[in-house]
Ligand binder design. Structure first.
Ligand code: HEC
Ligand code: HEC
Length: 299
């Protein structure tokens, strides 16, 4: 009884709605509701974006400081306006703040000499100075910005998925667990065992040297987080396979077996050779021949 009345009530609600649907004001009401929703969404997203840019707001002082630092330390190779200089340094227009933070933060820049690859050294500038340099270069042309902590926070990443992404996109150069490896022409993919998560993110976003750029279209924000989470996990995971020999794969494992394994076998073979019945008879004969004594009676 109650059930039928419930259904009947629903029926009347539906009936009234479908009747009002044809009311001349219905279209206007729907339009206002939709506009209200779009407005609310825009207000929330817009204020979030404003907050994000406020935290990275650039002051004229900072730009000025960045320019001065650039002119004194970088322009000799990268040109007075960052336009690049044939044979000494590439153009920095459009590389973005992330590239500067990565290159200067890891001590690669300022490069000391032109080699196959800029090597990382202890950094030459404070984070404040690096931020000023980055702000100056970023103002030359849009490029990837320095990420904020939420973008490279490994706790939001999926380690297993990151492992798959890493093996597909990075392991051919950096080895399966990020131990690094040699490339052609004196270049190398460095070990990722101690790299700060921020620099892992920036390396993917800017593609230093021979490394491809993994921009947001190729590798989403979540993909990057997963990869960072995977790399962090390789640092803390106990090695259940025993001695990892630097995780360098077949080369170090082969060398280990070649030197220690074969060495041990050779030592063992010599020991067997020295302890056969024939060898001890020969020793006895030699003893008797040189001393004239009977080995059995020791006289
Ligand atoms: C001795 C010359 C030299 C000096 C000085 C130097 N650079 Fe560089 N820079 C290079 C070369 C060469 C490369 C590219 C080769 C490489 O990455 O290994 C490079 C690459 C870069 C990149 C990467 C560009 C990209 O496409 O991702 C950035 C950013 C950069 N330099 C910033 C700086 C800043 C900032 C300074 C000053 C603090 C500086 N460099 C000083 C030679 C120099
Ligand atoms: C084609 C080979 C290649 C591939 C693929 C590659 N890299 Fe690299 N990577 C390099 C080279 C070369 C460098 C050194 C660049 C330099 O010193 O200027 C580098 C540097 C780095 C660094 C900086 C390490 C440090 O401590 O300074 C990080 C982090 C990194 N790569 C992460 C990755 C990740 C993550 C991937 C996959 C998404 C990846 N790379 C894919 C070649 C590669």
């Amino acid at each position: 009884m109650t059930r039928t009345s419930g259904i009947a009530k629903e029926q009347t609600v539906v009936n009234t709605l479908s009747a009002r649907r044809r009311h001349p004001l219905a279209a206007i009401v729907v339009l206002f509701v939709a506009l209200g929703l779009v407005g609310a969404a825009y207000a929330t997203l817009g204020s979030a974006r404003a907050r994000a840019s406020a935290s990275t707001a650039v002051t004229p002082d900072q730009l000025d400081k960045g320019k001065k630092l650039f002119l004194s330390a970088c322009s000799s190779c990268h040109g007075m306006n960052g336009e690049g200089q044939q044979g000494s340094g590439p153009s920095l227009i459009g590389v973005g703040g992330a590239a500067v933070d990565f290159q200067v933060g890891t001590g690669r820049m300022p490069a000391q000499q032109i080699g196959p690859q800029a090597v990382s050294k202890p950094r030459a500038y404070t984070q404040d100075e690096i931020d000023a340099l980055a702000a100056y270069i970023a103002a030359l042309g849009t490029g990837p910005a320095i990420p904020d902590a939420s973008q490279y926070d490994a706790s939001g990443g999926d380690v297993a998925r990151g492992g798959v992404l890493f093996r597909t996109n990075c392991a051919q150069c950096h080895n399966g667990v990020g131990a690094g490896g040699a490339l052609t022409d004196g270049k190398f993919a460095p070990s990722l065992r101690t790299t700060d998560p921020k620099y892992i993110f920036e390396a993917m976003a800017t593609g230093p040297q021979n490394m491809p750029v993994f921009g947001d279209k190729v590798m989403s924000a979540q993909d990057k987080k997963d990869i960072i989470a995977y790399l962090m996990s390789t640092r803390t995971e106990p090695n259940s396979g025993g001695l990892d020999l630097g995780s360098l794969g077949p080369v170090s494992e082969g060398l280990f077996i070649w030197v220690f394994g074969l060495g041990l076998l050779i030592v063992f073979a010599c020991w067997i050779g020295a302890h056969t019945a024939k060898a001890s008879r020969a020793r006895v004969a030699h003893y008797e021949a040189t001393t004239g004594k009977d080995a059995a009676n020791n006289e």
